[in-house]
Ligand binder design. Structure first.
Ligand SMILES: *Cc1c(COP(=O)(O)O)cnc(C)c1O
Length: 499
């Protein structure tokens, strides 16, 4: 008798990508999550000086998390179906406006993050003042921005069909130069940008001067206070940077940064209603439900909104004042301490608790330093050289950083000694190989193999052993860096990556 071919279970859809046939238990799933997270950077207690903002207060965290969960299933797609989202958004936007030079009537939008806030400010500029809006057919609108402005503006320009014009910053202070901004403004300019402060170095652009210039030319001015917007209002002696400054027409403020809210939380404010309407989008061009969106996202959970609202209300102004003072004290102590580490120097003159450390000697490579620091359990964020600014390591200091800043200084001093004289182990000839690569002809598998051959394992634990990658990227022009980064991301998400 010949064996019957195994018919398998009756008519199941075969799980193609690893979906289990039978559902798994919650315990089992959560155990897997905690295993997966073992390779991540820690999100609390300030040893990771970027990406994460820990309020260090369990009751505040709990308020944010519980409110987030409470509203998780509510859909922000339709404010008439879920009026709670309108009420919460009003409160959040109102609180942010109140601290950033507006009032209860200031138009704003709650968004998923800084990038989305900026995207909407740029869309509002394009659709209310762009050449296509004012004189159709006259060309693409332009955004004038300092070289230190966040890439979200380049991304918005890319998505929205605009061009960017980058202007230099002062070589020592790293602040935008108003004269350079003035020169760059032209007939197609739809928006001028100033940062309060810039993310890389924590320095404030001269907002008053830049906004005045923009107004003089009849151009809109966006203040990118994504990182600074919820720490600067709580500090003393900060130069004016918000909606109260004449000429400022929009401002972005991320609550998932110094607002210490769960991720997915930012606010963009506008000087008038017309601008906010320019950010909105509606479509009735199909036979389904009418689409009216205030954000890029359409269906969206109300968790981030509720989480941000609860965090704001749980901390209150006094909580934020304390956290901001602690973050700034940590930053000051760090900068003072770095003066006693001869191999290091601070870039620019930070006005906010963000600091960039560069090498003060030819014998110290900052990317090697980052690896040494990582070996001591700390993460500093590498920043590549750009526009005459040397490679450096970025730190975003938060309220919890103060308790650890002396330990961090010890680690920095030790790691600087360990790193001295060491060059990243870049294989000979690699730069030439990369220059000669036809990236478009390389599939993900080959790219992963190439990375492996130079000692880069994709999918390993986060935050260490990146000095070779950073050094290679640092030697390339920005456009080549970008092409490689896209390949890197694609390879990382391919089945060929290990880990
Ligand atoms: C973080 C940041 C952004 C982008 O915000 P995301 O929330 O990461 O999208 C934009 N501008 C500045 C100055 C930032 O610090």
């Amino acid at each position: 008798m010949s064996p019957e071919p195994n018919p398998g279970p009756p008519n199941p859809v075969p799980p193609s990508g690893g979906l289990p046939e039978a559902g798994r238990s919650t315990d089992d799933l959560l155990a897997e999550l905690s295993r997966l997270k073992e390779g991540d950077l820690p999100v609390r207690e300030g040893k990771v000086a970027a990406y994460v903002y820990d309020p260090g207060r369990p009751e505040v965290r709990e308020a944010g998390h519980r409110a987030y969960m409470e509203m998780l299933e509510v859909n922000g797609l339709d404010p008439t179906a879920f009026p709670s989202t309108v009420a919460l958004e009003r409160q959040v936007v109102g609180a942010v406006a109140g601290a950033l030079g507006g009032d209860a009537s200031t138009p704003g939008i709650f968004t998923s993050g800084g990038t989305e806030s900026i995207m909407l400010a740029v869309k509002a500029a394009r659709d209310t003042r762009g050449p296509a809006a004012t004189a159709p057919g006259s060309g693409r609108g332009r955004i004038v921005l300092p070289v230190t402005a966040h890439p979200a503006f380049h991304k918005a320009a890319h998505y929205l069909g605009l061009d960017t014009v980058s202007v230099p910053v002062h070589p020592r202070t790293l602040r935008a130069e108003p004269s350079a901004v003035a020169e760059a403004i032209g007939p197609d300019t739809v928006l001028v940008v100033a940062s309060a402060p810039s993310y890389p170095h924590g320095v404030m652009d001269p907002v008053e001067e830049i906004a005045a210039l923009a107004a003089e030319h009849g151009v809109l001015c966006h203040v990118d206070a994504c990182v600074g917007g919820w720490v600067l209002p709580w500090l003393e002696g900060v130069p004016p940077f918000d909606l109260s400054v004449p000429g400022v027409t929009s401002i972005s403020c991320d609550l998932h940064k110094y607002g210490y809210a769960p991720k997915g939380a930012s606010v963009v404010l506008f000087a008038d209603e017309e601008l906010r309407r320019g950010a909105y989008y509606a479509s009735a061009d199909w036979p389904g439900y009418t689409v009216i969106n205030s954000t890029v996202q359409s269906s969206k959970g109300a968790g981030p909104l509720a989480g941000a609202w609860a965090t704001l209300m749980a901390l209150g102004a006094s909580g934020y004042r304390e956290l901001a003072a602690d973050a700034m004290a940590a930053s000051r102590r760090l900068r003072e301490g770095v003066r006693h580490i001869p191999q290091l120097r601070v870039l620019g003159e930070p006005d906010a608790p963000l600091v960039a450390l560069a090498s003060a000697t030819d014998d110290l490579d900052v990317f090697v330093l980052a690896d040494k620091v990582a070996a001591h359990g700390w993460f500093l964020q590498p920043q590549l050289s750009y526009a005459g600014i040397p490679p450096n390591l970025h730190l975003t200091l938060t309220g919890v950083s103060l308790a650890g800043v002396d330990a961090l200084l010890d680690v920095l001093a030790k790691a600087a000694e360990e790193a001295e004289g060491i060059r990243p182990d870049v294989p000979e000839g690699l730069a030439e190989v990369i220059e000669g690569l036809d990236l478009s002809a390389l599939d993900d598998r080959t790219f992963v193999e190439l990375l492996g051959s130079v000692g880069v394992e994709l999918g390993g634990p986060a935050g260490s052993g990146m000095s070779v990658v950073n050094t290679v990227l640092d030697g390339l022009a920005p456009a080549t860096r970008e092409a490689l980064l896209v390949r890197f991301l694609s390879a990382l998400n391919s089945p060929h990556a290990t880990g």
